[in-house]
Design a protein around this ligand. Sequence first.
Ligand SMILES: Cc1ncc(COP(=O)(O)O)c(C=O)c1O
Length: 410
Amino acid sequence: MVASEIRALFAVASRPEVVSLAGGMPYVTALPLDMVGELVADLVTKRGPVALQYGSGQGDPHLREQICEVMRLEGINAGANDVVVTVGSQQALDLMTRIFIDPGDVVLAEGPSYVGALGTFAAYQAKVVHIAMDDQGIVPESLAQTIYALETAGAPIKFLYTIPTFQNPAGVTLNIARRQQVLDICQRAGVLVIEDNPYGLLGFDGEPMRALRADNPDGVVYLGSFSKTLAPGFRVGWALAPHAIRDKLVLAMESAVLSHSSFTQLAVGQYLTTQPWREQIKSFKELYRERRDALLDALEALMPPEVTWTRPAGGFFVWATLPDGLDSKAILPRAVAERVAFVPGTGFFSDGSGARHMRLSYCFPEPDRIREGVRRLAGVIEQEMQLRDTFGTSSARDHQGVDTPGPDLA
Ligand SMILES: Cc1ncc(COP(=O)(O)O)c(C=O)c1O
């Protein structure tokens, strides 16, 4: 494990005068916090002896029922017995990696992929092989070719890790036709799929996408989370897995932490029972849609024409591509000096690529701040382009390992 070189820079970037388009923090201020306070107080006074006691390794049975109800919104028909509650979906990722990976084993992941997952894979010494992605998600041909090449070379592939819906960091969604293709390719090759889906219910148009897991209960382990639809501070996520894997997850969970916090599990359960959570998700979606629009409109109005970006239909992130010869990591200190921050693309690849990309998140700043942030960033990029035109291409610095910028930026 390596500390990110950019962590120190982000300490500066968290100052109030800096517009941070870097952080992936949900806007929890939009929650009815008084109500959450009452609910938590009630939990202690009325159910303290249970809420403050150890729980089971698999998680609170009632919460697991409620999780199944949440997953039904994405077409998943599952029983509470197949759910394991975890400390955020991050812990589910950690446990899955611990169970499946021996050093040197291959994990397939989109390129780019979620920085927290790449950090976990690196910690267990997995070899991450990236699969090409375009604005419709994973390219099935690239997946098939990569699996074939790895199999031919005798490299053991343990699973495909994918974020098919409103991907972090690219903001793209795997289209319906490709969903089936990806499942078919993996099934034929005997490759397990880990579907990480924390943003699936935060789509801006129409109904939620059908989860991959909905059409393949045996070949997909689904990871879910209340971090984006409620609040990450509860640290409640889950894994839905076929029986054999579920059993291992419970053992791994117990060996890691004995049991999840009963207190936060019951708090989330109580929230789901007593509060209009579907309405809350709707208001989160409206809030994030307005911020997405602010970011896209500002990019359109202010960025040099050579810069391109994705157009997310949900979630938190836009993935921007800089003109040839610009390196986002080299630009970051200058951007921070101009009071705007982003996450450089190299953090989202395990092979050092991504220097021409950056992740811009719109989940946290207010729309006006987003517009101001883009104005500052556009100025920095224009200056960089002038420097490039005067002095030639700045060569991207060598990059090794995975940047892990820290939880608030994940
Ligand atoms: C794709 C993805 N997976 C997992 C997580 C971790 O979420 P949790 O708070 O549930 O651990 C995040 C958080 O940003 C994420 O973006």
